[in-house]
Design a protein around this ligand. Structure first.
Ligand code: ATP
Ligand code: MG
Length: 646
């Protein structure tokens, strides 16, 4: 470790408890090199197969004979792996803790109950004519029926496409059309932060553009009066009357599709990422076990919505495959108060807590008190995913939330990767705030320059993966050519992630942001994460986003959008102070030309900053902002345009 750098060693109790300790990690890394076939075969043994695969891996990233196949002659069913196989020993264990938006209401569902409910919904779908391979759109709030619907599809071999309940009718319609689903599962209304989300009304609006949809199944959440179209719409509660709670699982080939999921759209039009059955479940469940050092029965809470891949892999599939007690949270971090997360932790004795930097930064903005008044004693491990986490936010999470007791796993991955690829392992990896640390065993990372030249040692470059892993996406639904051209053409023969990264002398990776967002100031290539981290390190700043804009002399100048902490007022002095601060923290070349104070930043509905819109504002080219359909709050943009500086 280099001198002066903050490194947090692996706590002794973790080193002795964890299955994946330093020795096990090294052994796995060596094994996958020496005997990949054996290594990947063993990984597949964690699942129950109807027919265990004999063909383990068959992959080519080259355009001429492009294909990705894992466990291709294996046969299994995902819902059996998430439910049936736990019944004998853990039928009465809680599978799902549901914490509603209202802090006084929560429910528990055992594995036996969940199994019965999944079978019922599977039978309802079958009665509607849904068959293996059919696409089913799920547009539900964070209620147990969301997981039930996903697993019911998996049980009968239907391919689900979950659309986040925060999406507009237009976005929903686009996703229904893209995968041509004939059936939509929704709720009357959702509830988030005390506000009603008119899900059924949104579906009605969306379906005006989707004549192919023949059936809408409506789960009653709020019991509000909603419009029901005769012959098309029916309440789930009515449909399931008298339906059997047994349903034979469909035997699925490992390479049969499990789900389609549209990416969050930070960089452009969302892609219908397709994942298949065997490899995905192997990877989701294995990473859930090793990254979180998970033991069956522990209470695991991932705060992501099931509309995102994080919700797929770490609310539903990974945890349930591992016989976890998983928390489904309907609400938001600041309702009814900004202590809500920690109160839920205390109520349900959550042991592992996994959230996103955007939530951490928002809570940090309100200070320590809302955290400190709760106990949090049950937590032993913290996790983060979704964006680079600034060291400042990391340290706040570590010190204030985790009281320096709990390691943090900063997990880097993508919708496309199915589950984690780069992450610390709590019993093995010394932590550095802001670094996702090292690739998991079997994950082959490489940094290349713009021309594709491979860069060795401590360096910065574009992050590629030179070989496949079981959880890799298989295609863009309906557009295989887009899959190959998006990911395998920039650097032929490699999967290009679209992200930039720095690798330090210890081989640790620091994700610097999306390569498209890199700023080139007088020949210095700067990642957005580095400058933003410097800004967030200033005591007045809550959140920051920087972009480049054309500059006559430097090529690009830096434009910073900054939101301030709750109790700080904007001023010219502060503006100048922030420029000077970055100059001192990073260097004169990194000092922003412009600093704009903002009430909020444009984010995707999954909470990621959309820099491509900020870039347009900085360039003063606001006539065409591109696809803004995935923005959480379009009003933020008008405000930013009006208050543009310079
Ligand atoms: P689109 O691909 O449509 O633009 P998106 O990339 O935001 O959307 P996701 O697949 O949800 O959709 O996000 C993956 C991206 O999130 C990664 O490529 C990376 O940029 C960022 N990311 C995720 N986890 C981390 C992390 N731990 N550290 C840094 N960046 C992360
Ligand atoms: Mg992406």
């Amino acid at each position: 470790m280099s001198e002066g750098e903050l490194v947090i060693p692996v706590p002794q109790e973790w080193a002795s408890r964890a299955k994946m300790n330093a020795a096990a990690y090294e052994a796995a890394v060596q094994r996958v090199e020496a005997d990949p076939e054996g290594y990947w075969t063993e990984l597949a043994q964690r699942l129950d197969w109807i027919k265990f695969p004999t063909k383990i891996k068959d992959v080519s990233f080259n355009r001429e004979d492009f294909h990705i196949r894992w466990y291709e002659d294996g046969i299994l069913n995902v819902s059996v792996n998430c439910l049936d196989r736990h019944l004998a020993e853990r039928g009465d264990q809680t599978a799902i803790i549901w914490e509603s938006d209202d802090p006084h209401i929560h429910t528990f569902m055992t594995y036996r109950e969940l199994h019965a409910e999944v079978c019922r919904m599977a039978n309802v779908l079958k009665a509607k004519g849904v068959k293996k391979g059919d696409r089913v759109t799920i547009y539900l709030p964070m209620i147990p029926q969301a997981a039930v619907a996903m697993l019911a599809c998996a049980r009968i071999g239907a391919v689900h496409s979950v659309v986040f309940g925060g999406f507009s009718p237009d976005s929903l319609a686009g996703r229904i059309q893209d995968c041509d689903s004939k059936i939509v599962i929704t709720a009357d209304e959702g509830l988030r932060g005390g506000r009603v989300v008119p899900l059924k009304a949104n579906v009605d609006e969306a379906l005006k553009e989707c004549p192919g949809v023949t059936d809408v199944i409506v789960v009653r959440r709020t019991k509000a009066e909603v419009n029901m179209v005769p012959g098309r719409d029916a309440y789930y509660g009515d449909l399931k009357q008298g339906v059997s709670d047994q349903c034979d699982p469909e035997p699925m080939n490992a390479e049969d599709p499990l789900f389609i999921l549209y990416t969050s759209g930070s960089t452009g039009k969302p892609k219908g990422v397709l994942h298949t059955t065997g490899g995905y479940l192997v990877w989701a469940s294995w990473t859930h076990e090793v990254v979180f050092d998970y033991r069956p029965g522990e209470v695991f809470w991932c705060t992501a919505d099931i509309g995102w891949v994080t919700g797929h892999s770490y609310v539903v599939y990974g945890p349930l495959a591992n016989a976890a007690t998983t928390v489904i949270f309907e609400g938001v971090p600041n309702y009814p108060t900004n202590s809500r997360f920690w109160e839920v932790v205390d109520t349900h004795k959550v042991e592992i807590f996994y959230t996103a930097p955007t939530a951490i930064r928002a809570l940090m903005r309100d200070g320590d008190e809302p955290v400190k008044k709760t106990s949090r004693k049950s937590i032993r491990l913290l996790g983060t995913v979704g964006e680079p986490i600034n060291p400042e936010a990391w340290l706040w999470y570590y010190k204030v939330v985790g009281e320096e007791r709990c390691p943090i796993v900063d997990t880097w991955w993508q919708t496309e990767t199915g589950a984690c690829l780069i992450s610390p392992l709590p019993g093995c990896t010394p932590l550095k705030p802001g670094s996702a640390t090292r690739p998991l065993p079997g994950v082959k990372c490489q940094l290349v320059d713009a021309d594709g030249k491979v860069l060795d040692g401590a360096t910065s470059g574009n992050l590629c993966l030179t070989d496949s892993w079981p959880g890799q996406m298989r295609t863009v639904y309906g557009d295989h050519e887009r899959f190959i051209s998006t990911y395998f053409t920039t650097y032929p023969g490699k999967y290009f992630t679209g992200d930039g990264a720095r690798r330090d002398a210890d081989g640790y990776y620091w994700i610097t942001g999306r390569v498209d967002d890199v700023i080139n100031v007088s020949g210095h290539r700067l990642g957005t994460a580095e400058i933003e981290s410097a800004l967030v390190g200033h005591e007045a700043v809550a959140e920051a986003a920087v972009v480049g804009f054309p500059h006559d002399i430097k090529g690009q100048g830096i434009y910073a959008f900054v939101t301030l902490k709750a109790d700080v007022a904007p001023s010219d002095i502060l503006q100048a102070d922030l420029k000077g601060w970055v100059r001192r923290e990073i260097g004169p070349f990194a000092a922003p030309e412009a600093v704009q104070f903002a009430a909020g930043l444009p984010k995707t509905r999954s909470g990621k900053i959309m820099r491509r819109i900020l870039r347009k504002i900085a360039e003063n080219d606001t006539s065409n902002l591109g696809d803004t359909s995935t923005l959480a709050d379009p009003a933020v943009v008008d405000d930013l345009v009006q208050n543009r500086v310079g």
